[in-house]
Write a protein that binds this ligand. Structure first.
Ligand SMILES: [Zn+2]
Ligand SMILES: [Zn+2]
Length: 146
């Protein structure tokens, strides 16, 4: 089997308490890990695990809470999560309004399609946070990103 950079997925799951459901159907745009300090705080771990999908591929049932902050780049980055149980849902950036950044673990048990290709914000990766050596490292954003 040839691993693909852009798998087509069809997923549905609910948060830990069941207040929010998300369904994704479409082609993944990009897969990555992010070790920025904001992702470390938001996940309580060493990095976030993200699949970018077109906004049109994502359906959300229920009313998420959200928190916006200004990223280093100047973009506004908004994280959405369940206000009842705190499960992370997805993020979005004002720089890429047509994309949604799925918290891959939301679909726990259905994530065998996920194959990250890069670690971004490697400058703040922690030595204890083990990430495969074969992943491309970018000190900040991926070079090709705006
Ligand atoms: Zn919940
Ligand atoms: Zn990050």
């Amino acid at each position: 089997m040839t691993a693909t950079n852009r798998p087509t997925v069809k997923l549905a799951a609910s948060c830990a308490c069941g207040a929010i459901a998300m369904a994704v159907e479409g082609q993944v745009v990009s897969m990555l890990l992010c070790s920025c300090l904001d992702c470390q705080r938001a996940t309580g771990s060493g990095h976030s695990t993200v699949a970018l999908v077109p906004a049109t591929a994502l359906g959300v049932t229920g009313t998420p809470k959200s928190a916006a902050r200004t990223a280093d780049s100047g973009a506004t980055f908004t994280r959405h999560f369940c206000g009842e149980c705190g499960t992370p849902l997805y993020g979005q950036s004002s720089r890429a309004p047509d994309l949604r950044m799925l918290a891959v673990g939301f679909f726990a048990g259905q994530t065998d399609w996920f194959a990250p290709r890069q670690l971004i914000f490697a400058r703040s990766q922690q030595a204890w946070d083990l990430v495969s050596d074969h992943l491309a490292r970018h000190q900040r954003y991926r070079d090709s990103e705006p």
